[in-house]
Structure formats: C-alpha cells, structure tokens
Design a protein around this ligand. Structure first.
Ligand code: CA
Length: 113
C-alpha cells in the first residue's frame, strides 16, 4: 500500500501529479500518473484509477473559496491512502500541490510546492 500521510496542520490542495519530468516546458499531462483536484473527494482524475481513501481529513474550501475543494489534516492520524499499483512504482517523479500552512503572524501562507 502506498500511503500519503500528512502530520502538519495544513490544507492540501488541488493537484498531486506524479510524472516523468523531461524538461521545463514539458506537457504536464505527459506521463501523468495521478491527479487529485479534490472536487469533493479524493478521486484520481487522471483516468488511471488511483483513487484515494480518506482517513480523518475533512473537506474544506480551497484558496479560491471553492467549497469542498481541499483537505484539512489536523495533524493526528489523518491521511489519504492509495492502493499499490505497478504504475505507482516510479523512481523519478514530480509532486506538485498547493498547501496552506497557518502562520502565527496572520500572513497568508498558500504555497505551491
Ligand atoms: Ca485526525
């Protein structure tokens, strides 16, 4: 089983794309293994069927205030689990996501990683 775990107080948003990276101007869908826009669920919308099962994380608004379009992980045993698959056993990959990290000074901390 491949598990995605997050123990930080974060909002995880939009997309996690695993792809072979062949250049700075590559087509982002070329080699895409999984895509999670979190449109009310953790379904893989790449067409490859790597749907996630949510444990503990709750749907919240994303950075554009779209309803139920991001997941909040409270830092205690929350994760999204994806079943193992040969297509997920890659040695080189890229993961991209928008993450919100609460700050103590009130600044917005949406970050693209
Ligand atoms: Ca929890």
């Amino acid at each position: 089983m491949v598990k995605l775990r997050c123990y930080l107080r974060t909002l995880l948003l939009i997309a996690i794309g695993l792809s072979w990276f062949s250049g700075a101007m590559a087509d982002l869908s070329d080699g895409l293994v999984a895509y999670y826009p979190f449109n009310g669920n953790a379904q893989d919308e790449s067409g490859n069927g790597h749907h996630g099962t949510v444990y503990g994380a709750i749907l919240v608004n994303d950075r554009f205030e779209n309803i139920d379009s991001a997941y909040h992980f409270d830092g205690i045993n929350d994760f999204i689990q994806i079943s193992d698959s040969p297509s997920l056993r890659v040695t080189t990959f890229t993961i991209s996501a928008w993450i919100y990290q609460p700050s103590y000074d009130g600044t917005v901390r949406w970050r693209w990683i």
